[in-house]
Design a protein around this ligand. Structure first.
Ligand code: DQA
Length: 153
């Protein structure tokens, strides 16, 4: 089974986009770090990014057929708007960790609400690109211990 790292709108512009908020690292560099870590652990990792809500929904719908058992998801701005993406995840029953580079609780009030946090296995926000690596570690741990139950400390 595989882990899907799915990224929402404008994250293709990481590196040039508001670097004071999101850092200098590009999505390709984040992807390379994750690929290295997954490869070392012998875990299959898929990577996808889209600026379109429907395309993200279709990635989620396809995930079970692609043998995806766990997802690392940064819904970006759709975090704060998308009932449709939330419903897609609930429809396929895919466990996931919600990741944000920035601390969404330390920004504009409209970013403090997420349509995903209450259905996520966990949430990482504010740790920059490192958040993705931490999420991958946790996701691999979950897969190895065979399920979506909270892992032992
Ligand atoms: C983000 C936070 C969102 O509020 C914002 O719309 C993004 C990126 C983050 O990774 O910090 O596009 O998800």
């Amino acid at each position: 089974s595989a882990i899907l790292c799915l990224n929402g709108p404008n994250l293709n512009l990481l590196g040039q986009r508001e670097p004071g908020t999101y850092g200098q690292i590009t999505l390709a560099q984040i992807e390379q770090r994750l690929r290295d870590a997954a490869q070392q652990a012998g875990v299959a990792l898929l990577f996808a990014q889209s600026n379109a809500e429907h395309a993200l929904i279709e990635h989620i719908h396809r995930a079970p057929a692609d043998d995806v058992a766990f997802m690392i998801f940064n819904p970006a701005a759709f975090t704060h708007t998308s009932v449709a993406l939330r419903d897609a995840i609930l429809a396929v029953g895919l466990p996931f960790i919600e990741v944000h580079l920035s601390n969404i609780h330390a920004r504009e009030a409209f970013r403090a609400h997420s349509y995903f946090s209450d259905i996520a296995a966990g949430v990482i926000s504010g740790l920059g690109a490192h958040g993705y690596e931490l999420a991958l570690t946790a996701a691999m741990h979950r897969l190895a211990s065979g399920g979506s139950q909270p892992s032992a400390p």
